[in-house]
Design a protein around this ligand. Sequence first.
Ligand SMILES: C[S@@+](CC[C@H](N)C(=O)[O-])C[C@H]1O[C@@H](n2cnc3c(N)ncnc32)[C@H](O)[C@@H]1O
Length: 233
Amino acid sequence: MFPQLDLRLETVAKQIQADCHADVGSDHGNLLVALLKNGQIQSAIAVENKRQPFENSQKALIGLDGEARFADGLKGLEVGEADSLSICGMGGGSIVAILQADPDRIPPKVVLQPNRDQVLVRRWAMKNGFHLVEEQIAWGHWPYTVLTFRSALGIDPAYGEEDLEAALMFGPLNIRRSDPSFIEYLSKERRYLRTLNRLSDSTRRRLELIEAVLCKRSPDATRHSRSDPGFIT
Ligand SMILES: C[S@@+](CC[C@H](N)C(=O)[O-])C[C@H]1O[C@@H](n2cnc3c(N)ncnc32)[C@H](O)[C@@H]1O
């Protein structure tokens, strides 16, 4: 379905269906090309703030209903111009900085793929009227988180039942679903963190939250692994 996309961008692409879609930090332009060729979007806006990636996007969109713009983040869009937006392959801090710089230009649907610090992206959404409607982990070279938000009023119901701190760190939908690959990922990280002699306060807290999530999902496995560090959960 997406021959030119890796699993990470394929996971992002599956979340997008729009009339006009904008991709900020489009670089190679592969995401927009795949969406246009697949008929998932009618028109595309690629935004880049660096010359070579901008030229890459321009070239990729030749012959398609897409336009590359040389601009800083959402300044490349008019208010209300795009129906949806993606920002992928950057740290959570950079993604949030782009969103916060021009809040009026954020379309009602947003797909974000932070390479790290997903908690910053989740917090931004909570505080700025975007509800989490889907979250996935693309098990590529690294576990890449893909978060889909929609503009909405009120408290985000996605965070209702889970411990907020754990949900912001690992995702309320991931925790609720507790897919085997997600549980294995947390179990592996727990095993690794338990081998460390010294933990920073934030890493110790992360380990505590991992323990809490695993314990809730599989209390027996957690009890055994505490008494036997070699136990594979
Ligand atoms: C690591 S690449 C990711 C490319 C692509 N989105 C992907 O996921 O494969 C990040 C791209 O974002 C661009 N970028 C970073 N900050 C930007 C900003 N404020 N406005 C527009 N583009 C930006 C960079 O120039 C770079 O091409």
